[in-house]
Design a protein around this ligand. Structure first.
Ligand SMILES: NC(=O)c1ccc[n+]([C@@H]2O[C@H](COP(=O)([O-])OP(=O)(O)OC[C@H]3O[C@@H](n4cnc5c(N)ncnc54)[C@H](O)[C@@H]3O)[C@@H](O)[C@H]2O)c1
Length: 372
């Protein structure tokens, strides 16, 4: 098949391209090589066998030639920093929204259109994940995000009628309640695709990724990727600041498992607009993550549970992956310990980047968006 990947020079796009080339597909990568990811002077080299075009996705409507004859399009190009999106609002809306619009306009202009567009969406669109009250098992609760006052008082958890709510797996039918501009733009991408693709004769498929990590993830972007941020700090012997009480959790899924899901959905017999969570299905606390990463890195960086917080951060979310398991036979195979070991081995072979996470945190603090 002929496959085009927007954002194809990024972390997930590169791994996907390598896999598709190995499977004998013809692969075109479109990417602007954003300086935040690739540095001011990018030293990017496309995987052997891929065709690469440096282009802003927002210009795609004028470059329909790139999409001629494609069978499948993966739409991955995006600005991805949740916290950064809270002040670079126009930029996030523009790249993620207008980028998707430009892709759709380009598709509308084609004589022969690809059969399928697959979107890299995000669990962030749920906002908080699903919870249950211990006295009412099976009844999913969707709390509103925590207020500034709750966070300032260290009221990290949610409670109802005196009961602390327990996080449970979040299913796809859970309502969207984006709590960041980034999340709102991912939601917009989903809506743009599902509202227009069918009339163009294209099957849109949405994959909602949890926190993706692994070899090849950006080590220089201080705005996203907690594993890179913790690793960079551990490597330089800097203190690791674990926010809140360290018990907040995320679902970390290895990029190899994400690529498996992306490849499975390329050919699967799915209805237009199908939407699947992709994650490990397991929550891991940020403190557990910091401890595992420090020990895998072989460093002695101090870990501090600081009680700091960022507005808009969720407390818990982990994926219910029963739908993708049932429909596509998806099964995550890389457990977190093995995956972190692989990540650390790779990351140690990379140049040591100046740690900019303090600067990123200060930007939030100065705007009143965090206590750090
Ligand atoms: N990594 C995760 O944890 C995660 C989780 C949920 C969803 N996602 C989604 O998966 C996709 C890929 O994420 P990633 O982790 O590979 O991120 P990444 O930052 O490594 O890759 C994104 C790529 O998009 C490119 N890009 C940015 N703006 C562009 C523009 N205007 N035009 C063309 N290219 C542009 C960047 O140069 C980069 O190469 C994104 O859509 C992201 O929202 C990622």
């Amino acid at each position: 098949m002929k496959v085009l990947i927007t954002g194809g020079a990024g972390f997930i796009g590169t791994k996907l391209a390598q896999r598709l080339i190995a499977d004998d597909h013809s692969v075109i990568l479109v990417d602007s090589l954003s300086p935040q990811i690739h540095g001011d002077i990018p030293d990017y080299r496309p995987p052997e066998g891929a065709t690469f075009k440096r282009l802003d996705v927002r210009q795609l409507a004028e470059r329909t030639d790139l999409l001629e004859g494609t069978d499948v399009v993966y739409h991955l190009a995006a600005e991805t920093g949740t916290a950064q999106s809270m002040y670079q609002i126009a930029e996030y809306v523009d790249v993620n929204g207008m980028g998707t619009a430009a892709l759709l306009e380009a598709l509308a202009k084609l004589q022969k259109r690809p059969a399928r567009v697959i979107l890299a969406s995000s669990r962030s669109i749920y906002g908080e994940g699903a919870y249950e009250a211990p006295s009412r098992p099976g009844q999913l609760i969707h709390p509103r995000g925590r207020t500034r006052e709750q966070l300032a008082a260290g009221n990290w958890d949610f409670s109802e009628n005196g009961e602390i709510l327990q996080a449970v797996a979040t299913p796809e039918h859970f309502a969207a309640k984006p709590s960041s501009v980034y999340a709102a733009t991912k939601m917009a991408q989903e809506l743009l695709l599902t509202s227009s693709c069918e009339s163009l004769g294209i099957t849109p498929v949405l994959l909602r990724f949890q926190n993706v990590y692994g070899e090849g993830q950006s080590l220089r972007n201080p705005y996203t990727g907690v594993i890179s941020i913790f690793f960079n700090r551990a490597r330089q012997g800097l203190e690791i600041n674990v926010y809140e009480d360290g018990k907040e959790s995320r679902d970390f899924v290895h990029v190899e498992d994400i690529v498996s899901a992306l490849v499975l959905v390329m050919k699967a017999d799915v209805a237009p607009g199908s939407c699947y969570n992709v994650g490990s299905g397991m929550p891991t606390s940020l403190l557990e993550l910091a401890n595992t990463l420090v020990s895998a890195s072989g460093t002695t960086a101090p870990i501090r549970i600081s009680g700091d917080y960022r507005l808009g951060d969720i407390r818990h979310c982990f994926a219910d992956i029963s739908a993708i398991r049932r429909d596509l036979g998806f099964q995550p195979v890389v457990d977190l310990n093995a995956g972190l070991q692989r990540f650390v081995t790779w990351a140690k072979s990379q140049p040591e980047y100046q740690d900019l996470s303090d600067k990123a945190a200060a930007e939030l603090r100065e705007r009143g968006l965090a206590k750090v």
